[in-house]
Design a protein around this ligand. Structure first.
Ligand SMILES: [Mn+2]
Length: 384
């Protein structure tokens, strides 16, 4: 059995390659999105196709998903085939806009559909209504690997598969997807392939001295992921994308040195902000959840902060940055909580929200802060 619309998507990409349409790969800037794009890129190139453009939205500047800013930039490539990875399922307005600009749109996402589906040409999302494929916990890079398999068929050589599955494993682990069924196969194959990688960006890690002598492969991968998570976007390319597609080993090594340094500085900033939050919640031990924001909390650190605080307190943690007008937040929660459902029940106080039950995000206007806090407090008192 195949994932719904996967063959359709593969056929559409095949047609685009054959007819030399402009193909645009559009991914979330996190490691899952980046590895998903890289896998699709390798599949398309190995079939003789070309990719006209890559796009990774900068969340802090333009928001999450398919953004208007992105479409403004990408319309120079229309008409063409736009494929989105790790996002798109909730872009109800932007996808019709992309179509109006002349793009065919394939959405490859693994996020839950919010009640309806965007009007894309093809949607591959194991969590969409009507999906019969039993396994739903793919990361976007796992879906991209399935697409590559469908695209390449018998042309998928062992070497090609190994080169793709190492990326899929890294992205699946980074996205903290359940390590079961299809995912455990991806992770196992990927970890088997990784030590023999040809990819300069991975070779450079393996040959570096950043790991302890007795670090296991799994520990090395976790360390690698932490460093690849340094966003460091240049020319619209996230650091992980630049490093994992870097053709030169010496250059990859220099890039890693730079990222290690940046990672260290980032760690220090996270520690400082986490201390501030710990101090604030010290007297709120009875609260069933954490809701803390500050203009000084950097947007790029929110995910890390929410996950530290949620782990320490074992409560859902909503951590946000605020300007005079806007609140922008990241949410993490222990298993058993559904933060998307929580926000759904308070949606009148939110502009946008979405993600996974245990890892999500939101945006709203500053004047709704109090009401949002009150509404969610009520929700978490009822749903501890
Ligand atoms: Mn993802």
């Amino acid at each position: 059995m195949k994932i719904k619309n996967l063959t359709k998507a593969a056929n559409r990409v095949q047609k685009a390659i054959a007819q030399e349409e402009r193909i645009i790969l559009y991914g979330d800037a996190d490691l899952d999105g980046v590895t998903a794009v890289l896998i699709a890129d390798e599949a398309i190139k190995s079939l003789g196709g070309k990719v006209a453009a890559y796009y990774f939205p900068e969340r802090e500047k333009e928001g999450y998903g398919v953004t208007r800013k992105a479409l403004k930039h990408l319309k120079q490539y229309a008409p063409g085939l736009l494929i989105t990875f790790d996002l798109g399922i909730s872009n109800f307005e932007e996808i019709p806009l992309a179509k109006k600009l002349g793009f065919s749109v394939i959405v490859m996402d693994h996020h839950k559909a919010l009640g309806k589906l965007p009007k894309a040409d093809i949607i591959v999302d194991p969590k969409q209504p009507g999906e019969k494929y039993p396994f739903k916990e793919f990361a976007a890079c796992g879906l991209s690997l399935q697409l590559a398999k469908a695209l390449l068929g018998k042309k998928m050589s062992d070497t090609l598969y190994q080169s793709m599955v190492e990326l899929a494993a890294v992205g699946t682990i980074a996205d903290m997807m359940a390590r079961e069924q299809d995912n455990s196969q991806i992770i196992q194959d990927g970890l088997d392939a990784l030590p023999y990688s040809w990819r300069p960006g991975i070779r450079a890690f393996l040959e570096s001295d950043i790991f302890g002598d007795d670090a296991s492969l799994e520990q090395k991968v976790q360390h690698m992921i932490a460093i690849l998570n340094v966003r460091d976007t240049k020319n619209r390319r996230p650091g992980a994308f630049r490093l994992l597609s870097c053709p030169s080993l010496p250059k990859a090594k220099r890039t890693i040195d730079d990222f290690v340094e940046k990672h260290k500085l980032r760690r220090e900033r996270v520690d400082r902000a986490a201390d501030e939050i710990r101090m604030r919640i010290f007297h709120k031990k009875a609260d069933p959840w954490v809701f803390e924001g500050d203009a000084a909390f950097e947007y790029v650190l929110l995910g890390a902060l929410a996950s530290i605080i949620s782990q320490e307190t074992q409560k859902p943690a909503f951590i946000y940055t605020k300007s005079k007008t806007t609140l922008l937040g990241s949410v993490r929660a222990p298993s058993g909580h559904d933060t998307v459902k929580a926000m759904q029940s308070c949606r009148e106080f939110l502009d946008t929200y979405g993600g996974h039950p245990q890892a999500s995000g939101f945006q709203t206007t500053a004047d709704k802060e109090k009401d949002l806090r009150a509404c969610l407090t009520q929700y978490f008192q009822k749903n501890k």
